[in-house]
Design a protein. Structure first.
Length: 225
């Protein structure tokens, strides 16, 4: 059905205005983001085809610009809009008053940061930077590796801490396999960071290996030595 053949009140944009965004289907929301279709395919049809291609909306979290532009009908402008909306959604979920975020236990840290890793196929290394009262100052993605390896440089970890006058660092990374048990290299690297932190006066509070539904804490397993 062509857009002009859809009753005005049922067109995605008009429906959102009159009934609210929650009344729209996922494909209708995508149609608004796409803004227009392509030759012989309107925005509604393109949105539906895009969902068929991607599978689930969860999969949008792991799609790259290149992967999106390989989908028929999705050019650079549409791909950029989709990625911007996905990133904005992630930031909305994470955005809170930093002064109210006190990380006094590992579960709090995990619940706050696990969405960093949703749908990620590569190994990523994040750090949370906390003040002397363990309140969040900042978080940063420092390294993003291949499916099996990430090169992490301690100087980059501590340089960011010095910039914002952090007292504590929480390191976090994922294993693309979903395995939570730390490797020998994970343990050796963490031990090295702990020693550097003691020398430089910025302590490593914990190191978490994170999956979608669980975590491994070096602190809880007495590996911060």
């Amino acid at each position: 059905m062509k857009i002009k053949d859809i009753p005005v009140s049922e067109r995605p944009r008009e429906k959102l205005i009159s009934k609210g965004a929650s009344s729209l289907s996922t494909s209708e929301l995508l149609a608004i983001i796409l803004q227009g279709g392509v030759k012989n395919v309107n925005a509604n049809e393109l949105a539906f085809k895009l969902l068929e291609e991607v599978g689930t909306i969860q999969n949008f979290l792991s799609l790259s610009f290149l992967e999106l532009t390989k989908i028929k009908g999705i050019g650079s402008v549409k791909a950029a809009k989709i990625l911007a909306v996905v990133e904005l959604g992630k930031r909305i979920c994470l955005e809170k008053d930093n002064n109210s975020l006190n990380f006094n236990n590992t579960l709090d840290i995990y619940q706050y940061s696990r969405s960093f890793f949703y749908g990620i196929k590569q190994e990523c290394f994040y750090c949370l930077y906390l003040d002397s009262k363990k309140r969040l100052l900042s978080y940063k993605l420092l390294f993003k590796g291949t499916m099996s390896k990430s090169s992490v440089h301690p100087r980059e970890i501590f340089k960011e801490a010095y910039k914002i006058n952090a007292s504590y660092i929480v390191c976090m990374h994922n294993h693309p396999s979903g395995e939570l048990v730390p490797s020998r290299k994970d343990i050796e690297f963490t031990s090295y960071l702990v020693k550097l932190g003691m020398i430089h006066g910025v302590l490593i509070l914990d190191h978490l290996i994170i999956s979608d539904d669980n975590y491994y804490s070096f602190l809880e397993n007495n590996l911060l030595e």
